[in-house]
Design a protein around this ligand. Structure first.
Ligand code: ATP
Ligand code: MG
Length: 423
């Protein structure tokens, strides 16, 4: 994509009230636009990141046989009274209708998915089954803060699984737990898995997936070597003690919860009377698991965990583009024309190899301004095409996560860059 064509340009400053690093860089870089506290529009560059994250999640969940659906955001009040959550969930947005009825704007979807599955389920032969969606959720958070990490409207992937036996539920739960570690690692993130108490609505087990960052709201006792962590709300271990998984010395650190998985037992299937017939002909309540990932929060957490004072450092798999070509202008028109032609060719040739390229083709801007934008926007590889380097028949290459520049021959640049980004 040509940067001159991108509809949402970067700005030199960020809103004064953008208190968190993710809000500051995402707004300034033109990835998101804040509509009001806790509510954001995702702009072309930001949406590309969000879609990449969502697609990584889809790929890993599809491998577990889960099927994607899209449930309604507007939910009937009756379902929430059936589960006794209409008055119990403080963050529930309640929407009055001119007909006198009231609706809930979905903060989560147990109230929809449980009766939905009831309408299709009769026998153990249909179990296990798992459905998921990627959708906007609405929560009337008292304080919307931390940029896109705690919104009133936000993206979530929610997966629900249905089982005939506890054994089967636990086996699937374990598979999802593993898939989550894979998902976060594919997003370039090192994730900690905490055992949690299970929240207010279940006595069963639950796990949280935490990304370590000082911007996190949760205080953890975490292992620096493996995925083990405990949330200090429930912790049995202390900093300085040994990790119960690998023996390394535990540290105290902050984390942001990017995912959460629960064994729901029969909490919702009893409320909605969702039963199935077992092999021996008995009627039993179906067992449920639910598994969330905050997709928009995850994008924010990636920024929090991967940036420097100049801007974002996108991990390769979620970067909007992998290569950022910066063509520098020249006072000499003929030289500038040659530079642009060479940069154009590099842009086209890389794209023909399937490389995703952002091409800063804006002329009449200083090198400093362009480099500033490249650092702010955070693509993994920056390629500078300038009069100076072309004299030696090379391009200057700099990785966003390194301070050293190197040079590659113009003749072999496409091959070398293609290799570099595919590895
Ligand atoms: P938290 O403890 O952060 O309030 P939660 O435990 O209520 O979140 P769940 O109901 O399990 O969250 O939702 C699944 C995931 O959705 C969370 O792990 C988190 O990543 C994300 N999430 C929850 N609330 C928000 C929010 N207000 N803004 C953005 N993401 C959120
Ligand atoms: Mg939580």
């Amino acid at each position: 994509m040509r940067y001159s064509q991108v509809f949402s340009k970067s700005s030199k400053s960020h809103p004064a009230d953008a208190e968190s690093v993710n809000a500051k860089f995402l707004i300034q870089g033109g990835f998101v636009h804040q509509e009001m506290a806790g509510v954001y529009t995702w702009l072309p560059l930001g949406l590309k990141v969000l879609r990449k994250v969502e697609n990584i999640i889809r790929e890993e969940l599809n491998k577990l046989g889960a099927q994607e659906i899209l449930m309604s955001a507007l939910q009937p009040k009756e379902n929430w009274t059936t589960t006794n959550r209409w008055d119990a969930v403080d963050v529930l947005f309640k929407v009055p209708s001119q007909t006198g009825k009231e609706y809930a704007l979905g903060p989560t979807h147990e109230e929809i998915v449980t009766p939905l599955v009831k309408s299709f389920l009769s026998s153990y032969r249909e179990l296990p089954l798992a459905v998921y969606q990627v959708q906007s959720k609405f929560r009337d958070e008292l304080r919307a803060k931390s940029g896109v990490m705690r919104g009133r409207e936000f993206g979530m992937k929610d997966l629900y699984s249905f089982h005939a036996t506890q054994e089967d539920l636990e086996a699937y739960y374990e598979q999802v737990k593993q898939a989550y570690v894979t998902i976060f690692s594919r997003c370039g993130m090192d994730v900690k898995v905490t055992e949690a108490s299970g929240g207010s609505f279940t006595k069963k087990f639950s796990h949280e997936f935490q990304i370590i960052t000082p911007a996190g709201e949760d205080l953890l006792i975490a292992c620096p070597k493996c995925t083990f962590a405990q949330n200090t709300e429930v912790a049995t271990l202390k900093a300085g003690e040994q990790c119960s998984k690998c023996g390394a010395e535990l540290i105290e650190t902050k984390g942001v919860e990017v995912g959460n998985i629960f064994d729901l037992g029969t909490r919702f299937s009893e409320a909605f009377e969702v039963t199935f017939t077992t092999e021996s002909g008995e009627s039993k309540h179906v067992l449920m698991g639910c598994y969330g990932i905050g997709t928009t929060r995850l994008v924010g957490a990636i920024v929090e965990a991967s940036h420097d004072d100049k801007g974002i450092i996108w991990p390769k798999n979620v970067a909007p583009f992998t290569v950022h070509i910066v063509a520098l202008g020249s006072k000499d028109e003929a030289i500038q024309a040659t530079t642009v032609t060479i940069a154009e060719k590099l842009y086209t040739d890389l794209q023909a190899q399937g490389v995703e390229v952002l091409f800063d083709d804006r002329m009449g801007m200083s090198a400093g301004e362009k480099f500033g934008d490249a650092d702010l926007l955070g693509m993994p590889v920056r390629v500078v095409v300038s009069e100076k380097s072309l004299k030696n028949n090379v391009f200057e290459i700099k990785l966003r996560n390194s301070s050293e520049a190197t040079f590659i021959d113009v003749a072999t640049a496409v091959d070398q860059l293609t290799q570099m980004v595919k590895n």
